[in-house]
Ligand binder design. Structure first.
Ligand code: SAM
Length: 325
């Protein structure tokens, strides 16, 4: 752990950044499957994180505005339910914007610990938060939140509140989400709570528009994965050979993002060659959508007791407060 006094505003930094080897392995394995696929967590290099921030500003991308509306309007109910003097742990913190509203709702929080896989972006946003909240010790953790991380070096004794906004839980399959919740319940411990943002099922046209904005920012975000493979793994993708696709699968209740090969082509990556037929896709992201009770049932399987479910005025998005069971 590096502490304060090194020129940053942070009280500490734990660095468990996944090695490039993990990325190489996931890409080589995923592209060898019949339905080629790469896990969504690899979108987030620094450029990917900055593109995601721009997605949040697009008129079609309602989730960010709807979640902010809930956090803004429901401070009193959140304050009444969540423990005072809690250590706040955020999973997949990104730009660390929504946490500002949650922290305002809490009674004398003790510290803020953002966790994210995107190291440079995490440090930048955590330092920004720390400078704006000098009264609240902030320690950043670069890690894959699907793996257990020992937070004891940066989180004091006492109640813990987890925060998992942005519908990031929707990027996990329901079984993966249950696995994540079980691990989060252990991290948060007895008396702990998790505040989690979950996108709701709705008109497929509205969903598909949110994942295929007219300005092409989500397309650039999706294609950035190929750019990252080229840069970090010495890949040979020609970016104009692939197109962004986002489709809602009603049966699965999820948006799928793919990169579609626009021609027959062969691509060299880390000494291996992968053939793409015209129209063949790489599946790059799932984004599961839930009904309120469907998510609560999932939360119970993950070791939590649903305590409160909040929605925005249009019922586009939900924020659940879950207590460790
Ligand atoms: C959909 S964005 C949400 C960002 C922000 N929380 C928000 O609500 O706008 C997902 C965030 O989680 C991070 N992330 C994705 N998968 C992760 C993983 N397995 N471990 C740690 N961070 C992850 C990304 O870097 C990104 O910042």
């Amino acid at each position: 752990m590096s502490g304060g006094g090194d020129g940053t505003a942070l009280a500490g930094f734990l660095d468990f950044e996944p090695p490039t080897e993990d990325f190489r392995e996931a890409v080589l394995q995923g592209l060898a499957e019949r339905q080629k696929r790469i896990p969504a967590k690899f979108f987030y290099d620094d450029r990917g994180s900055r593109l995601f921030d721009r997605i949040c500003e697009q008129p079609e991308y309602y989730p960010t505005r709807a979640e902010l509306e809930i956090l803004e309007n429901e401070r009193e109910r959140l304050r009444a339910l969540l423990p005072a003097e809690a250590s706040v742990i955020e999973f997949g913190a990104g730009a660390a914007q929504k946490i500002r509203l949650l922290v305002e709702a809490l009674v004398t929080p003790r510290c803020y610990v953002p966790i994210d896989i995107s190291r440079q972006f995490l440090l930048h946003s955590a330092e920004g938060f720390a400078r704006d909240h000098p009264e609240l010790p902030t320690a950043a953790v670069c890690a894959d939140f699907t793996l257990a991380v020992d937070l004891d070096p940066v989180v004091p004794e006492g109640p813990r509140v987890g925060f998992f906004p942005g519908s990031t839980i929707g990027n996990l399959t329901p079984d993966e989400a249950v696995g994540f919740l079980k691990s989060a319940a252990r991290t948060l411990g007895e008396g702990g709570f998790l505040v989690v943002g979950v996108d709701l099922r709705k008109d497929p046209a509205r969903l598909e528009a949110a994942y295929d904005d007219a300005a092409g920012v989500t397309a650039a975000f999706n294609l950035n994965l190929l750019r990252r493979i080229n840069r970090e793994l010495g890949g040979g993708f020609e970016l104009d050979g692939f197109a962004h696709k986002a489709l809602y699968d009603r049966d699965e209740g999820r948006i799928e993002m793919h990169l579609e090969s626009l021609r027959e082509q062969r691509v060299r990556i880390a000494g291996e060659t992968f053939a793409f037929a015209r129209g063949e896709t790489i599946h790059t992201e799932n984004s599961y959508k839930y009904e309120l009770d469907g998510f609560q049932a999932l939360a119970k399987r993950g070791g939590f007791r649903p305590a409160l479910a909040l929605t925005d005025a249009e019922s586009l998005f939900s924020v659940h407060v879950l207590a460790v069971a």
